[in-house]
Each structure stands twice: as C-alpha cells, then as structure tokens.
Design a protein around this ligand. Structure first.
Ligand SMILES: Nc1ncnc2c1ncn2[C@@H]1O[C@H](COP(=O)(O)OP(=O)(O)OP(=O)(O)O)[C@@H](O)[C@H]1O
Ligand SMILES: [Mg+2]
Length: 1053
C-alpha cells in the first residue's frame, strides 16, 4: 500500500483503521492491481475476501464495484464524509463518497455536467447507493441558509417517492418499481440549488396484483399503519390491511424489516417540507384510499348476465373521495360506452370485464397520481433563477430481475437494464477502444460482449419485439397475446441463432437465441417453456416471459366513460391527471412500450451529454443475508456486468486522456516553457510539459489529438503539483496585487507628501520672503534712522529713535542702581541723555526716598544733625571728612553723671546733651574741666555742683570754630553784665557738640569757621584774640603776646 494511504488511514477512527488494515491483508482495493487480472476466480477471491471483512467497495480503475452488505456498516458517518471531501480519488480506500466527490470536484473545476450510473440487479443496493451519494452532497457541499430548504427537499423527496414507488418484492424488501433519474443542480460556487427528477414507467400492475410473498406499494400499508384515526375515518378505511383485497394477494402485508408506522411519519413530514398544501395531501390520500376501496368492490351477475356491484359501500366512499357522481361512477364501472356511428351507446359489462374496468381505473389513477407527485416534487425543487448551473445526475433504475413468472413489466425493466448496459459499453469498452484506434495508440483489441444486438432485437423498427407488440395492439381484428407470440416466432425463425463476431465461445457459448418460444425451442429447452412463453437471452441471463397480458398492458386502455368520470372529478389531483382535452383527442395514444422506449432514448441522450461515473452493484445472495457470499450468483453477475472485460480494458488501457489543448491549458503552469503562454502547437507544448514534469515513457502515450496517461497516480501527482502550483501562483498573484495596491497607495501618499511638502515649502518660503522683506524694510528703516538719528524727530528716524529708546529702557531696566550708594548709571545714547538724566535723578530720588523711609527716627535725627554738620563744616574745617563716618551720640554723659544739684538748678529744662569740655579762662587761659550741658533753651557750663555759665540760646550771638583740627569752640554771648563773656571751650567731639548746640539754639547760620584767628569777648567790654596754627603737637597756650594760641596737628586726609 502506498505510504500516503497509510497516512490517511492513520487518521481514521479505530474501527475504520481496523477495517483498513484488514483490507490491506485481505485483498487489493483496485482490481487493476490483481496479479492475474484475466482470472475470474482471482477476481471473485478478491471480492470475497474483502466482502468478508466488510469491505464492500472495490475499484476497477474509476468504476466502483459495490457488494450489498445487507447490514449497517459504520462507513457512512459525517466524519467519513469529511474524510473523503476534496481528497484525490485514489488516496483513500474505495467508497461511494470518493466517486461522488470526484464527480463533484471535476464538475466544479471543469464546469461540466456529470452523471453517476448505478446499476445492478434488483436488491443489489442501487437505491441505497443513490441515497448515500445524495446525503454526501447534502452534508459536504457548501450551502447557505436559503439553500438549506433545497437540501432538505432533495433529501426528503426520496421517502415520498419510495413510499409511492417502492414495494416489497421477493428480491428486495424495498424494491424500486419505477425508474428514477435525478439531476442535482449546483451553482457556480458548488452549492446545491435545485433538482429535477425524471421517472420511468411505474409498475402499475402491482396496484391490483402482487405475486406471492410480495406487497403492494408501501404507501398503502403506511397509511393504514400510521395514519391517525380521524384520517382513516375520513377516508373510510380500517386499520387492517387484511381487509383490502389489493393488499393481501402476496399474503405478506406485514414485513418485519419494514416499519410502516415510522415511514409514515417521515413521509408526512416530507410532505410539509416539499410544499404540499393540506388540500394536496387530502386529495392524495383520497386517491390512495379510493384505490383500496376499488379493490374491495365485488361484482355479481344479474339475471341478464350483466355485472352489478354487490355492495354499495365502497363505491360511495370512492364517489366521496374522488368527488365524482355516485351513480355515474357506478354506471361507468359496469358499462362501457360504445360509439356506433355518431351515436354513443352504453353497453353493460359482464363480470370479468367489470373487474377489468375496476382494475384499470385503480392502475390508471395510481399511475397518473405518481406522475403528478413527481411533477409536484419537481416544482418544489425547481430553481427559479436563470444563471447557468451544472448538474450531477443520479440514475437509480429498477434492477434486472427474473421472477417465476415474468410479465410485460419485467420485459420493460430488463430492456431498460439492457439499454443501460449498452450505454456503459458504448461509453467505456467500445468508446475506449475506438478512441485508441482513432488516436493511433498501439492497442490490441479486447473482445467483449456487446449487447447492442439484444437492444436491437427489442427496439428495432418493424422487426423489434416492441414493434411487433405495437403492431398487434394496433391492428384491427382479434389480436391476442398468442397472436403476438406467433408473430414473434415468425421473426424468431429468421434470427434464431446469431453469433457475434469476435466473441469467444468460451465466454458465452450460445451467444443469442432470439427470441425463443416453445415451438422454436429444442427438445431440452421445450420442457421449460410454456405455450404462452417466449424466452430472451439477456446480457444478464435468460429470461422467460409469459406473453399473457402483454397486449393489454401495452395498450393500457381505460374505458372512455371511466375517463370521462375522472375528468369531471372534484379531486384536484385527479382533475389535473385526467384532462378533458384527452377525451377530444381521437388519436390513439402511444403504447406503453413505445412510450417507455422513447423515454429511454431521451434518457440515453441526456446521459451521453454528460461525464459518466459508474457504480456497479452486486447482490451477494438471494436471501438478503449479511455475510453470505454466493459464489455462483456473484460469478454470474460479474460476468454479465462485463466487469472482467472492463478490468482487462482498464489494465491494458489508460486511466486518463485529455485533449492536448485542455491538458496544456490546465497544467501549463507546471513548466516554465509553457507558462504563461505556449505559442506553438498544443501537442508540442504538452510534450515539453510532461518532459519537464518527468513522466516516464511507460506512463503515457501521445495520440493524435490527446495525451493518454496510463496510471491514475501519474495524473494525481500532476494534479497535486498543479494544486501546489496553483497556491503558489495565487500567492504570487496576491503578492503582486498586494504589491500593486501597496505601490499605488505609496505613490498616492508620495504624491500627496510631495504636494504637501511643496505647499509647505512654498508657505515657508513665502513666510521667509515676507520676513526678509520685512527685515529689509526694518534694516532699511534702521539704517535710515541711524543716519538721521541726530535730526529732530521725523518720519525717517522716529522708529529708530523708538527702538533705541526701547532698547535703552529695556537694558536700563536691568541696570538701575539698587541702592543709594550705587552711583553707576547706564550710559545713554545721545538722544536720551536728557531723559536719562531725569530718570537717573528720579531713580536716585526714589532710592533716597526709599532709603529715608527705611531710616528709623533716632537715626533720622542723627542724620539731620549730620546734615547740619555738613552744612556748617563741610569743606571748612579739617577733620570733618573723617568725622562723617562717626555717628553723633545722643549725649556723651548721662543725666546721672551730672551733679544732682545742677540738675536741680536746671530743673524744668529737658537736658538734651551733656559732654565733658575743657574751659579756658578768659584771662589766664587756664584750662579747666567742665561739663557742657545743653537743654532745650540754654547751654550750661557746669563745674561740679555749680553752674558756671548759663547761655540762653536766645541771647547767643554766635559760635566760632577754627578751620583746623582743634576742638576749640567759642560761644559768643551778648555784651551784658550778667554774661561773663564768651565761653572758650575745647571739646573732643567738636562737630557733634557744635552741631547739637546750633541746632538746639536754632542758629546754624551763626556758626563761623574762622581761619587764622578769632576775636572773643572776655567780658566787661574787653576782647581777646585766639590764634590757630598748625604744629607738631596739639597745644593750647597763652602766647607771649597774650593771645591764646591753639596748635593743632595736620589732619590726615
Ligand atoms: N450499503 C448498504 N448498507 C447496508 N445495507 C444495504 C446497503 N445497500 C443495500 N442494502 C440493503 O439491501 C436492500 C436493497 O437495496 P436497494 O433497495 O438499494 O436495492 P436496489 O438495487 O435499489 O433494488 P431494486 O432494483 O429492487 O430497487 C436495502 O433495503 C438494504 O437493506
Ligand atoms: Mg432500488
């Protein structure tokens, strides 16, 4: 087993894995891999081994062989469906899902139509297979919420059609008694969007007759089992099939494998999903019940030998349910309308004919109702939009069957199977081999049995069985089934034995014996053929048909008066099925066989236009027994299904072929030389392509117009490479596209950025230019202003001046002096000198004011004294500058230092200042220590406890000091007796004492600073002179000339 398969198997669940390992052990999953592919025994062995391991599916190339397991297998789960979804055909073990998925994928990728032909004999599992495929599509295909309803309808159309069209037969408990071809329509996204069903020839005879061990159509039993009481009551039915003649002929109304009650529920639910109205359902069951009532009508002979209805109960119900007039219905069942010349005459029927008429009505209404049902379902499945759709058709037709007594129905069924076999041969074996020849591929033809000759025998114009039958039906005169048989014998003589050319006798000894009746048969055969039989050797084996009833069934006639009754029915379905226009049509309708033949022709045409997939179903045993592998039966089926031939063609042939153009178109991306375009002939392109991919010579052949690939694995490898490549190309495309988008976006942004930049640069440049213009203007003004700065204010210089002022003021703001002693001042530009001066002054004043405000009261007094001192002495007396920094004291001595007596004497006067002084006598100039006490109003010279001299400030005439550094102070007093004369004092703090004195006396202007000498009054009119000189040492002495000489040292400057 290839590694890839193992890998997939590893992923499956335990059961499946077990099964697969078993499969590996027990056989090959593709018959093509059989060593002895020509051996039927090897073929059967492989099939048996697999079957016994529950591996019911095996491939022959792409054809699926399925053996009915007759038991539920765990291989139809949703997980399984997902497993097969989108996976290459041969990558997983054979399965119906692989066939379904392959058809679906090819449909999606190539956008073409497909069909899956499911064939095999009755009970082989065709219907089950078709249902499983439908389920697969329902589960795995993409769908939307709106499409869900279509999906449900597709799925639920099955139980409805099966209820009305399937029945239990001896071969199959759920045997399809009609042919069904169902198209599933897909939209371009691969979602199932609609469907259409074609039905083929329902076996109407079953309505009135069933063989032993068989049943009527399921719906009758379902209705009786499942229908609720009210419904049955309304329909006039009893819940007991044994009560109905049409249901008991097979004597097996109850079958253990069928759950009618459950099935009824499903059908009821399906009706509501498939858009049936309550009225439709009512009418439909009215018809079903009417059929049952019809079956219970019994006739008896009257005195004239005419048929009369024995009991009127049933007919009443039928009249009610079908909405027809009772008496007319009654009459139409017992009479026949005959047209004699232009008159219509009612002719009574005998009992046999009455039964015939009754059954004919039952068959007709059931048959046509079935057709109505299919149409109704089609209406609900129809997709209304006109967009192009692709389809996958599922063909599930009744299988080939051989009963004990084979009638017209089996003839039709088997003919249909014959046609499908022919189609398969045409489309596979024959077409395949012809194609090799046509394409010039070396090929050794493989003989196979072509059943065309049997089809011809049945359907050929004039000579075919159907033609002969029709001829007998239509010819005037007494035609009977026997006369038909005679005609058949006549033709049979001519074509009694035909040997097919090229067909090995080993495979099929007597190729065909056409047709064979008792008369024509040899001694041995004669024993098994009755006088009313004829025998056909079908592709699937010999079948003996009983000709009885062929003509009647082929004619399918319903008495005109019965038709008239039905045309006038009040039951909507019946009225739709029996149109009045039919009565007016005088042309004979086509016979049943011809209709069937024509519908098969058109089916074949439909199928031929589509891509086929095949499922060949095999029935393992006749007893519906699980696990039983009946070698004989299966060998027979393998043979007639042509599986061996198919295998041989497959082995010798090629798994895949494609026109060069299509192959190249699909895979050209795999080779650089052909991608993206190949300009030469397609064949050469393909050659280059496969060389590049590395096909080995035995893997392919090049035909005239097509390439042939021998092994599926080669194709799948190519397909895989293509898938891979596709992704690569898609990502490249995406990348390119994204790149393009990105580039476009980038370009756009870039352009925008450039535009923005340009705009911004423009704006900046304009701004800059404006700035420059402005600057130039300013500079120009500045220069102009500068040039004209000296002129009086004029427009040329006004701004310059302003600027200069501004600048100066701004700068000045940061450079104003911070205290009164700071003499610095910013040099003003010449135009602002005046202002600056003023400002300076204001500033100083401001500072001074600030300073003054901050000065305390005593200090203020001191300063005032200093100011007075300054006014008096500044620049006049030596030592003044040095004294400035020495603050004046309030007093040099405290009051305590004054003798209390003196204090007493000057009581009442506030003492302001006291200082020790030296007093020089006016005569001898003797120095004496005294105190100088200054009060508010007078100055006192005090010696101890005595006041030596009191000088009233009011009388004070002057105060003199020298300009030198001595401490001499002369207080001039007026010349009166009381006064002793001017007081000559020497004090240490001369500036302080003089200042205080003159301030207290308020006579600052009387202070004189003299140079050289001064005159003083000694008293009593005498005057003395005092001389001031500079010497080495300070001295005061009386000079020889009697003048008081005061020597002072040169003060240090
Ligand atoms: N895959 C399957 N798994 C389990 N049981 C199956 C399977 N296929 C068929 N069967 C059983 O076989 C029975 C017959 O199958 P089915 O009805 O599909 O046969 P058919 O080929 O359609 O016959 P006919 O031609 O009579 O309609 C089913 O009712 C079912 O019990
Ligand atoms: Mg079937």
């Amino acid at each position: 087993m290839p590694a890839e398969k193992e890998e997939v198997e590893d992923n499956t669940d335990e059961n499946m894995e077990g099964a697969l390992i078993a499969r590996d052990r027990v056989g090959v999953q593709d018959f093509v891999l059989l060593d002895s592919h020509t051996s039927e025994t090897a073929f059967l062995n492989n099939l048996r081994k697999r079957y016994q391991e529950n591996l019911i599916y095996t491939y022959i190339g792409t054809l699926l062989v399925s053996v009915n397991p007759y038991k539920e297998l765990d291989i139809y789960t949703v997980t399984q469906m997902q497993l097969y979804r989108g996976v290459n055909f041969f990558e997983l073990p054979p399965h119906l899902y692989a066939i379904a998925d392959n058809a679906y994928r090819v449909m999606c990728s190539e956008y073409n139509n497909h069909f899956i032909l499911i064939s095999g004999e009755s009970g082989a599992g065709k219907t089950e297979a078709s249902k499983k495929i439908l389920q697969y599509y329902a589960v795995t295909c993409p769908t939307t919420e709106q499409l869900q309803i279509v999906r449900d309808r597709l799925l639920l159309s099955n139980p409805v059609l099966e209820a009305f069209g399937n029945a239990k037969t001896l071969r199959n408990d759920n045997s399809s008694r009609f042919g069904k071809y169902m198209d599933i329509q897909f939209d371009f996204k691969g979602a199932p969007v609609g469907g259409h069903i074609l039905s083929y020839l329902i076996e109407k005879s079953r309505v009135v007759h069933q063989n032993h061990g068989e049943r009527n159509f399921h719906i009758f039993y379902q209705l009786l089992e499942g229908g609720d009481k009210d419904l049955l009551c309304w329909l006039g039915l009893e819940r007991n099939p044994q009560k109905y003649a049409y249901l008991i002929q097979g004597r097996c109304a109850k079958v253990f494998s069928i759950n009618d009650k459950n099935d009824w529920k499903i059908v009821r639910k399906a009706f509501s999903i498939i858009d049936f109205t309550e009225k439709d359902i009512e009418h439909l069951f009215g018809i079903v019940a009417s059929v049952l009532h019809l079956g219970n009508i019994q006739f008896e002979e009257d005195s004239n030998g005419h048929a009369i209805i024995r009991d009127g109960t049933q007919i009443k119900w039928i009249s009610k349910l079908l909405g027809v007039h009772l008496s007319i219905l009654q009459e139409s069942l017992t009479h026949r309308k005959i047209e004699a010349r232009s008159e219509e005459v009612l002719s009574p029927l005998n009992v046999d004919l009455a039964f015939y008429a009754r059954d004919a009505v039952a068959k007709a209404i059931y048959g046509r109702t079935f057709t109505w049902l299919v149409n109704k379902i089609n209406g609900s499945l129809a997709n209304k939009d006109s967009t192009r759709k692709t389809v996958i058709g599922l063909l599930d037709i009744y299988g080939f069957e051989v009963l004990d007594t084979n009638s017209f129905e089996q003839f039709c069924i088997n003919y249909c199977n014959e046609k499908l076999q022919q189609l398969l041969i045409e489309m596979t074996l024959k077409a395949e081999q012809e194609e090799y020849e046509l394409e010039g591929i070396e090929w050794e033809p493989i003989p196979y049995f072509n059943n065309k000759i049997i089809c011809d025998l049945v359907e050929q114009k004039h000579k075919g069985i159907i033609s002969i039958l029709d001829e007998e039906c239509l010819r005037p005169g007494e035609a009977t089934d026997l006369s038909f048989l005679e005609k058949l014998e006549e033709k049979g003589k001519i074509s009694q034995t035909i040997l097919l050319p090229g067909f090995t006798l080993k495979l099929r000894k007597l190729v065909i014996l056409l047709p064979c009746s008792r008369k024509l048969a040899d001694q041995k055969t004669r024993k098994s053929i009755d006088w009313v039989d004829f025998r056909l050797l079908h592709y699937a084996g010999e079948v003996t048909y009983c000709a009885v009833g062929f003509l009647e069934k082929n004619n399918d006639l319903l008495y005109r008066n019965l038709k008239e009754v039905l045309c006038n029915s009040k039951n909507g379905i019946i009225r739709e099925c029996f149109l009045l226009s039919e009565l007016d049509n005088r042309r004979r309708p086509e016979t049943v066989a011809t209709q069937f033949k024509n519908s098969l022709m058109s089916l074949i045409e439909i199928l031929m236009s589509k891509e086929p997939s095949y499922v060949r179903c095999i029935k393992p045993n006749e007893n519906k027994e699980p696990g039983k592998f009946d070698d004989y039966l299966i060998r027979h089926q393998v043979k007639y299904l042509g599986l061996m031939e198919h295998l041989r063609v497959r082995r010798a042939g090629f798994a895949y072929r494609r026109k060069y153009e299509l192959f190249l178109q699909r895979y050209k991306s795999l080779c650089p030389a052909t991608w993206p375009h190949w300009h030469g002939p397609a064949a050469e392109g393909v050659e280059r392509l496969i060389k590049h991919i590395g096909y080995k010579p035995e893997e392919y052949k090049l035909g005239r117009t097509k390439i042939f690939i021998r092994f599926p694995k080669t194709l799948f490898a190519t397909e895989d490479a293509f898938e891979f490549r596709k992704h690569l190309l898609v990502s490249r495309l995406q990348a390119k596209y994204k790149g393009c988008l990105g580039k476009r976006e980038y370009q756009k942004k870039r352009e925008a950025a450039i535009k923005l930049e340009a705009c911004w640069r423009g704006a900046l440049a304009r701004k800059e230019a404006k700035k420059r213009t402005w600057a130039v203007e300013i500079i120009r003004k500045f220069i102009n202003g500068f040039i004209n700065r000296k002129k009086p204010l004029c427009p040329e210089n006004i701004e310059f001046v302003k600027l200069v002022q501004y600048k100066y003021f701004m700068k000045l703001r940061d450079h104003v002096p911070k205290n009164v002693l700071d003499k610095s001042w910013l040099q003003p530009p010449s135009i602002l000198e005046e202002t600056s001066e003023m400002l300076h002054k204001i500033c100083i004043r401001n500072l001074v004011r600030k300073y003054c405000r901050g000065v305390p009261a005593e200090r203020k007094v001191q300063l005032q004294q200093k100011v007075v001192a300054s006014a008096v002495f500044r620049g006049k007396k030596e030592g003044y500058l040095q004294s400035i920094t020495q603050p004046f004291m309030d007093t040099r001595l405290k009051e305590n230092d004054i003798n209390p007596k003196v204090l007493q004497l000057i009581q009442g006067e506030k003492i302001k200042y006291v200082t020790p002084v030296i007093k020089y006598d006016r005569n001898g100039f003797k120095p004496r220590d005294r105190l100088l006490v200054l009060t508010q109003s007078s100055a006192y010279v005090v010696e101890m406890a005595k006041i030596k001299q009191k000088i009233d400030y009011a009388t004070l005439k002057g105060i003199s000091t020298s300009n030198l550094s001595d401490g001499i102070v002369v207080i001039h007093v007026p010349e009166d007796n009381k006064q002793k004369g001017d007081a000559i004092l020497q004090c240490e703090h001369v500036f302080e004492t003089v200042t205080k004195l003159c301030m207290l006396a308020n006579k600052q202007n009387l202070v004189k600073v003299v140079q050289g000498s001064l005159q003083f009054r000694i008293g009593s009119g005498k005057e003395g002179t005092m001389v001031f000189t500079v010497g080495q040492e300070p001295q005061v002495f009386k000079a020889k000339n009697g003048q008081l000489t005061v020597v002072s040292t040169q003060a240090k400057s």
